[in-house]
Design a protein around this ligand. Structure first.
Ligand code: ATP
Length: 611
C-alpha cells in the first residue's frame, strides 16, 4: 500500500488533472433539505437502532457473568432477543425510508435541472451537445440516490454506534482500545485520500457517459444522412469508442474502490487478531475478565461494521458529488429569466406590450445594430468573434410586409433571432412598437411575435400537439381552420386520425413544404400581431410554392410580416424589401425601386428571371 504522503500527492494530481467542476458537499444540502422531516425521522430511527445494538454486547456480558457464576438468566435472554428483533425491524424500515427519499432526491434534482435546462440562454445550446445534456438529466441525477441509500443516514447511525462502542471499549479496556484505534485510524486516512480520486474518476466516467449519449443522439438524429453517406460503420465505431471510454473510466472507479474494500477488510482482521492476541494475554494476566473480553470483541465488531458502511458512504458520496458537479454546472448558468431579473420593464405585462404594438406606427425598428455570436470555448482569448451584423438599420411599418433578401450568410436569420431576443446586439437598439426590447420581459416580447424558423422544426407527436404548442387552449375547430388557412387540409384527411395523426420524429412523415406550412399554422394559432417567417431554403416545386404564397397572403392580413425570402417571387409585391450583404443593409425599397438602385438586388432578380 502507498504511503499517506504518496496518496495525498495522488489525490492532488487527480484534482488538478480533471477540468470537471467538482461539487462541494454543501451543494448537496439543498437537495437533502427538501426531505428534512423524513431524514430527521430516519436519523431518530438510527439512534434507536444504535441504542438497541449497543445494548446487546452489554447483555451478552451479563449473560456470560451469570452463567459463570451459576446464576439464573431470568428475562435477560428475552430482552436480548427483543433487542435483536427491534434492531432488525428498525433497520428494514429505515432502509425503505431511505430508498423512498433517495428517489425523492433524484426527482427533485431532475425537476431543478430540467426547469433550468429549458430556460438557458439560447447561446448555451449552440455549443453544448444535446445527448450530453440529456445524459445529465437521466444518468447523473440517478447517482444522487446512492448518497442516501448507501450513504448518509446509514453513516449517521453508524457514527453513533461507532462512538458508543468506543466509549464502552474505553471503559472496558483502554489499552486494547488504543491498539484498535491505531489500526482503524490508518485505514480511515488511506480511504479518505483515495476517495478524492474516486470523485474525480467518477465525474470523468459520467462525462464519458455524456459523450456516449451525445454521439448516439448525433447519429440517430441524422440517421438518414448517415445511412445515405454509407457512414454507418464509422459512426458505430465512434460510438463504440465513446462506450469504451465510459467502460475504461468505470474500470478506473472500480479499481480505486476495490482498494477501499480490502483496506476495510484488513483493518477489521488486524484489529480483531490484535484484540484477540493481546486480550488473551491480558485475561491470562488477570487484567480483564473473560466476560469483558467477549463484550469488548462484540463492541469491536459493532465499531467496525459501521466503519465498513462509512467507507461505502465515502465512495458513494464521492461518486455522487462527481455527478452533482455536472448537474450544478448547468444549474449555475443564469437562465434568461435571471438575466432579466434586475430589469424594471417599461411595460410590465404582455397585454400592455400588445397595446403598444397595436398603437405604434412602426412595429419593428433596427437602429445601427451590430452583433457577433458568442465565441466558442475552444477559441483563444485573443481571437475576435466575427461581426455578423455591422450597423444594420431599417424600420417596419405596422401592418406591412417586409422582405429580407440577400446572399446566404448575409445575416438574415440572425436578424430574426435578435428580434426574438435569443441574443442581444453588441451595440445599437432594436425597438418593438417604439420600445427598446431590452426594456421588456422576454416572455412579453415573444407573446407578440410568431416565429417560423428556416428548418420549420416539427416536434415528434401529433398534428394537434404541434399546433397547440403556443396556444394550449385552442379548440379543434380553431386548429382545423388554421390548417385550412395554410392549405394543409390534405394532411388532415390523409388518415382517419385527423388532428391526432402523428407527424413522426422531427416531422419526417411530412414533406418539407408541409412542415413549413404546419409551422406557420402553429405560429398563427397564437394570433400574434407580428409574424417572422424564415422561408425554407429547400427548393419547393411550383405547386408547393403557390400553396405557400397563398398561405402567406392569407396570414398577412392585418399583421406585420417580416419574411426572409430565398425566392424573390414570393416577396416582389412586399411593401418593403431590405437587401442585406455581409451584415450590412445595401438597399431598401420596393422591388421596382431596388432593381434600379441596388446592383446586388438587380443581380438576384436577374438570376431568378424576374427582370
Ligand atoms: P441563409 O440565407 O443561408 O439562411 P442568413 O443570411 O440567414 O443565411 P445567418 O443564418 O444569419 O445567415 O448567418 C450569418 C452568419 O452567422 C453566417 O456566417 C453563419 O455562419 C453565422 N452564424 C449563424 N448562426 C451562428 C451561431 N449560432 N453561432 C455562430 N455563428 C453563427
Amino acid at each position: 500500500m502507498s504511503s499517506p504522503r504518496e496518496l495525498r500527492r495522488y489525490a492532488r494530481k487527480a484534482n488538478a488533472e480533471s477540468g470537471i467542476p467538482k461539487a462541494k458537499f454543501s451543494q448537496l444540502l439543498p437537495y437533502l433539505g427538501e426531505h428534512r422531516a423524513v431524514l430527521t425521522f430516519a436519523v431518530v430511527l438510527s439512534v434507536v437502532g444504535a441504542g438497541a445494538s449497543l445494548a446487546q454486547p452489554l447483555l451478552v456480558g451479563q449473560v456470560i457473568t451469570r452463567v459463570t457464576e451459576g446464576e439464573l438468566l431470568g428475562s435477560l435472554v428475552w430482552i436480548l432477543v427483543g433487542l435483536v428483533v427491534l434492531a432488525a425491524l428498525i433497520s428494514g424500515y429505515q432502509h425503505y425510508l431511505l430508498q423512498r427519499t433517495g428517489e425523492g432526491v433524484v426527482f427533485s434534482s431532475r425537476r431543478r435541472l430540467v426547469s433550468r435546462l429549458l430556460r438557458l440562454p439560447i447561446s448555451e445550446f449552440d455549443t453544448r451537445r444535446t445527448g450530453d445534456l440529456v445524459s445529465r438529466v437521466g444518468a447523473d441525477t440517478t447517482m444522487l440516490r446512492a448518497v442516501l441509500t448507501q450513504g448518509l443516514v446509514d453513516a449517521v447511525g453508524g457514527a453513533l454506534t461507532f462512538v458508543g462502542a468506543i466509549i464502552a471499549m474505553a471503559i472496558l479496556d483502554p489499552v486494547l482500545l488504543g491498539l484498535t484505534v491505531l489500526v482503524v485510524f490508518t485505514a480511515i486516512t488511506t480511504v479518505t485520500l483515495l476517495s478524492r480520486r474516486i470523485r474525480v474518476a467518477s465525474a470523468q466516467a459520467q462525462e464519458k457517459v455524456g459523450e456516449l449519449a451525445a454521439s448516439v443522439e448525433r447519429a440517430i438524429s441524422a440517421v438518414r444522412t448517415v445511412r445515405a453517406a454509407n457512414a454507418t460503420d464509422r459512426e458505430v465505431d465512434t460510438i463504440i469508442e465513446d462506450a469504451r471510454g465510459a467502460y475504461l473510466m468505470g474500470i478506473k472507479v472500480a479499481k480505486i474502490s476495490a482498494l477501499v474494500v480490502p483496506i476495510a477488510g484488513i483493518a477489521m482482521q488486524v484489529a480483531f487478531l490484535t484484540v484477540l492476541g493481546v486480550g488473551g494475554y491480558r485475561v491470562a494476566d488477570g487484567a480483564i475478565t473473560v466476560a469483558n473480553l467477549v463484550t469488548f470483541i462484540l463492541f469491536l465488531f459493532m465499531m467496525i461494521m459501521p466503519l465498513g458502511q462509512a467507507f461505502g458512504a465515502i465512495t458513494s458520496v464521492n461518486s455522487a458529488l462527481g455527478a452533482l458537479g455536472r448537474i450544478q454546472e448547468i444549474i449555475a448558468i443564469p437562465s434568461e429569466v435571471e438575466l432579466d431579473r434586475d430589469l424594471t420593464p417599461l411595460i410590465a405585462d404582455a397585454a400592455g406590450v400588445g397595446d403598444a404594438v397595436r398603437q405604434a406606427d412602426v412595429a419593428i425598428e433596427f437602429d445601427d445594430v451590430r452583433f457577433s455570436y458568442p465565441k466558442v470555448e475552444q477559441q483563444s482569448a485573443e481571437e475576435e468573434a466575427p461581426e455578423i451584423l455591422r450597423g444594420v438599420s431599417f424600420r417596419v411599418e405596422r401592418g406591412t410586409r417586409t422582405a429580407l433578401v440577400g446572399p446566404s450568410g448575409a445575416g438574415k436569420s440572425t436578424i430574426l433571432g435578435l428580434i426574438e431576443r435569443f441574443y442581444d446586439p453588441t451595440s445599437g437598439i432594436i425597438k418593438l412598437g417604439g420600445i427598446d426590447i431590452r426594456a421588456l420581459h422576454r416572455d412579453d416580447l415573444r407573446s407578440q411575435i410568431g416565429y417560423v424558423e428556416q428548418d420549420a422544426p416539427v416536434l415528434a407527436g401529433s398534428l394537434r400537439e404541434n399546433l397547440t404548442l403556443g396556444a394550449p387552449d385552442a379548440t379543434d375547430e380553431e386548429c382545423i381552420q388554421v390548417l385550412k388557412d395554410v392549405n394543409m387540409t390534405k394532411v388532415l384527411k390523409r388518415t382517419s386520425l385527423g388532428l391526432d395523426a402523428p407527424v413522426g420524429e422531427e416531422g419526417v412523415m411530412l414533406s418539407g413544404g408541409e412542415r413549413q406550412r404546419l409551422a406557420i399554422a402553429r405560429a398563427l394559432l397564437a394570433a400574434p400581431p407580428i409574424l417572422l417567417l424564415d422561408e425554407s431554403t429547400a427548393s419547393l416545386d411550383g405547386a408547393n410554392e403557390q400553396l405557400m404564397r397563398e398561405a402567406i397572403d392569407k396570414v398577412a392580413h392585418e399583421r406585420t410580416l417580416i419574411i426572409i425570402a430565398h425566392r424573390l417571387s414570393t416577396v416582389v409585391d412586399s411593401e418593403q424589401i431590405v437587401v442585406l450583404d455581409q451584415g450590412t443593409v445595401v438597399g431598401t425599397g420596393t422591388h421596382s425601386q431596388l432593381v434600379k438602385s441596388t446592383p446586388l438586388y438587380k443581380e438576384l432578380a436577374k438570376h431568378q428571371l424576374l427582370v
